[in-house]
Design a protein around this ligand. Sequence first.
Ligand code: HEC
Length: 187
Amino acid sequence: MKPVLFFFVFGSTAVLAIDFKKDIRPILKENCYECHSKESGKEKAGYIFDDVETLKLDIQPKGIIVPKLPEESYLLEVMTMDVSEKAHMPPKEAMSAKDIAKIREWIAAGALLEGEGAATLPVRAAVPAGPLDWTNTEGKTIKAGFVRLEGENVVLKMPANGQEIPYPLAKLNAASQAQAKAAAEGK
Ligand code: HEC
């Protein structure tokens, strides 16, 4: 199982009803607004977390919040790196493990900003066909079922446990990218 785990080291697809306003905003308010908000008038490093329109710009594949991929999200990295590191946020203070877990879950569920979010999640495609071979740019191959394309990711279903995992298309080799697109069109 090890190669599979290394292949898919990023977040899970846990669909928890994490609500931005109720669960996430209070955490950012408590830990970050002091130096990154319109409210405080401080916009350190250009980050403003209390303005949804500005925050939206940070939520994208190249932003500090990569939807569905907490481990690639710099926002989470600055919260979880060693407190002694200069880039740790908030500076010199550790956040509670519970708050960090909530941020991680929120990103894993797609980093949605409004409401319950469920309605904006992509509609689930029909039950996938049997497992296919997928090879990434490093040449590692795994077997997994195709579920759907979702933005820049292909969602794969692990045969072992049925877990659905989003994987960046850009990290698959050309043949596997083509296979994902063909599978999506075939549905
Ligand atoms: C006490 C003030 C303060 C608080 C609170 C704070 N920050 Fe910062 N933040 C800064 C400063 C100052 C910088 C610029 C640091 C630098 O450029 O060296 C910064 C930079 C950043 C950066 C960019 C870092 C980089 O490497 O470019 C991110 C991302 C960030 N903060 C996120 C957060 C988050 C998320 C929180 C809340 C969990 C937070 N900050 C809380 C002061 C703060």
